[in-house]
Ligand binder design. Structure first.
Ligand SMILES: Nc1ncnc2c1ncn2[C@@H]1O[C@H](COP(=O)(O)OP(=O)(O)OP(=O)(O)O)[C@@H](O)[C@H]1O
Length: 279
């Protein structure tokens, strides 16, 4: 079993440095949640691992292989990448969109085994009844579930999920992340997911990585990393940490009275030099 290693990655998006010499190791059979405020470079990190954007410096290794622009197709064979957003400008049914996950194996016809696998996945996430609907007629959450099936159909070794539950209701959030958890454990996947819901991350991630100011602010178990003082500083809001019945952290931003929140914002503003540095 190989690990995925990012070594000294520096990523520049336009004039913004989103990663400055970041190194991270991801092990098979584990879920890693990438967390951090808007614009801190979470999506950019996933895109860099997928080879969609080029890093200014650094390397990405998966076992013996190294990410290189010249061998992008081979590199991506191991990866199931579900980007943020799910707008699809295609006249395809939901089933056809799921089948695209197996594109490499698709020739002139779809084998019964692939079709069966696609339908089984759709059944597992509860969208089998949408198989023959035009993908564009689906709700945002339904499309998100279809794209998740597409990614799983690839049978990846590395799962890169960018806000995979952003459009889902509570029931579907839990059910999708339960699938992610089961697949990760059973097939020993390396799963890296961007999440904004810190409490969900605490429930499903083995390790969380907190990004901010082009660096890794903290990395470790949800219990260790999700500390109110650190989160409050990073997200610029007062944060309270509660615990659910099983002892998992529940992170809650705390609303303040209007005048208290202005004071808090002024205090934080004066402490903050510049949230985004240059590489
Ligand atoms: N194509 C681009 N050209 C220039 N700047 C970009 C581009 N894409 C992203 N950026 C900038 O890079 C920074 C990081 O963007 P990124 O999408 O990685 O952040 P994020 O942490 O995923 O944000 P969010 O939580 O809002 O999805 C942002 O400041 C963004 O404005």
């Amino acid at each position: 079993m190989s690990s995925l290693d990012i070594l000294n990655a520096t990523i520049l998006r336009g004039a913004t440095c989103t990663a400055q010499g970041i190194s991270l190791r991801f092990e098979p059979g584990h879920i890693y949640a990438i967390l951090g405020p808007n614009g801190t470079g979470k999506s950019s990190l996933l895109k860099a691992i997928f080879g969609e954007i080029e890093m200014q410096a650094g390397e990405v290794h998966y076992g013996e292989r190294q990410l290189s622009r010249r061998q992008l197709k081979a590199w991506r064979e191991n990866i199931g990448y579900m980007p943020q957003g799910n707008e699809l400008d295609a006249c395809l049914t939901t089933l056809e969109v799921v089948l695209l996950g197996h594109l490499d194996a698709l020739h002139m016809h779809v084998g019964d085994d692939v079709l069966e696998q696609a339908l089984m996945l759709m059944q597992r996430v509860g969208i089998q009844h949408l198989a023959h609907r035009d993908i564009q007629s689906l709700s945002g959450g339904q499309r998100q579930l279809a794209l998740f099936c597409q990614v799983l159909l690839r049978e990846p070794k590395i799962l890169l999920l960018d806000e995979p539950v952003s459009a889902l209701d509570m029931h579907h959030q839990l059910s999708l992340l339960e699938h992610v958890y089961t697949e990760t454990r059973q097939r020993q996947l390396i799963t890296i997911t961007v999440l904004h819901d810190l409490s969900l991350a605490a429930q499903f991630a083995d390790r969380v990585i907190l990004l901010g100011e082009a660096s890794v602010k903290a990395e470790g178990t949800p219990h260790d990393v999700l500390q109110p003082a650190l989160l409050s500083e990073l997200y610029q809001v007062p944060v309270e940490r509660l615990h659910d019945s099983s002892g998992m952290p529940v992170i809650r931003p705390v609303r303040q009275t209007h005048s208290a929140s202005i004071e808090y914002a002024q205090l934080k503003h004066s402490q903050l030099n510049n949230s985004q540095s240059l590489c």
